[in-house]
Design a protein. Structure first.
Length: 276
């Protein structure tokens, strides 16, 4: 049986109507992800946020080394906003991030084994839990290596971004990288370019598009052609190189990059945000 709480949660996540959410959950046996797809297939515009993203408080910190060839980003979580905004907690997150960029561990377990203030990060986290009375943990650690890596910390340390580029750094390239990182923070692309989009994502989007087109009554022989057009729009809206540049929509992000260097491209990015 679908509960009112489940319906309300889906409504909050998607912005769809109450009865539509109830029907979507009934048709998908309570599967939230499937219910979101069900709503989309019925032509509803739903919010991008997924049901399994429980809101977390904390801080996200992105840093690069001195020559901009390595970048790291960590997410240190707490249970409440009160703790997340505490200066000591923010300083603790900064200290962990600095240790990460200094030592460049390969994964989160290796990071937690490193020392700060005479104890491992794992032990320091346990100490914070005992002192604050909330669950405190480093839940995300990402690292990028490239010719140039730029870090961007969004206001309030709620989003941290790294972008990796294929040219050695100079002032113009770092500035372009920062603009690209701000774009990633704001627009949350699914990949760098269309060839990087996962097969699962492509198949899912095409399946939803077909159902929407057929529900609109379009002739079957036109379906695949229309799907192709919708996928081109999907790539334009959701891949970093092809998105309109937020600061100047008359050009794409790739065109903005190539004003800094004719061969400059993004090779990878990492976006870490609270609540995701």
């Amino acid at each position: 049986m679908i509960t009112a709480a489940e319906v309300n949660k889906l409504r909050t996540v998607t912005g769809a109507g109450m009865m539509d959410c109830k029907k979507a959950l009934e048709e998908t046996n309570g599967d939230f992800e499937a219910a979101i797809d069900y709503l989309r297939k019925k032509g509803q515009k739903v919010a991008a946020k997924r049901a399994d993203r429980d809101a977390n408080e904390g801080v996200v910190v992105a840093k690069t080394n001195a020559d901009n060839t390595v970048g790291i980003v960590i997410k240190l979580t707490s249970e409440t906003d009160f703790v997340a905004k505490n200066a000591d907690f923010i300083a603790f997150g900064e200290k962990i991030a600095q240790t990460a960029i200094d030592k460049q561990p390969n994964d989160i377990d290796a990071l937690k084994a490193l020392s700060i203030d005479g104890k491992t990060i794992a032990d320091a986290l346990d100490e914070q839990v005992g002192k604050i009375g909330e669950k405190i943990d480093v839940v995300t650690y990402e690292k990028l290596n490239a010719q140039t890596v730029v870090a961007y910390n969004h206001a309030g340390n709620r989003i941290g971004v790294l972008v990796a580029m294929n040219q050695p750094h100079n002032e113009k390239i770092v500035a372009a990288g920062k603009d690209a990182a701000m774009q990633v923070a704001a627009m949350n692309p699914v990949s760098v370019d269309k060839h990087d989009v996962s097969t699962d994502t492509i198949n899912r989007e095409m399946d939803i598009a077909r159902d929407v087109i057929r529900a609109e009554g379009k002739p079957e022989e036109m379906v695949e052609k229309i799907v192709s057009g919708k996928m081109n729009k999907f790539y334009k809206d959701n891949t970093l190189h092809n998105q309109d540049f937020v600061k100047d929509p008359s050009k794409t992000v790739k065109q903005m990059l190539q004003q800094a260097h004719p061969e400059l491209i993004i090779t990878a990015f990492k976006r870490v945000a609270l609540g995701e």
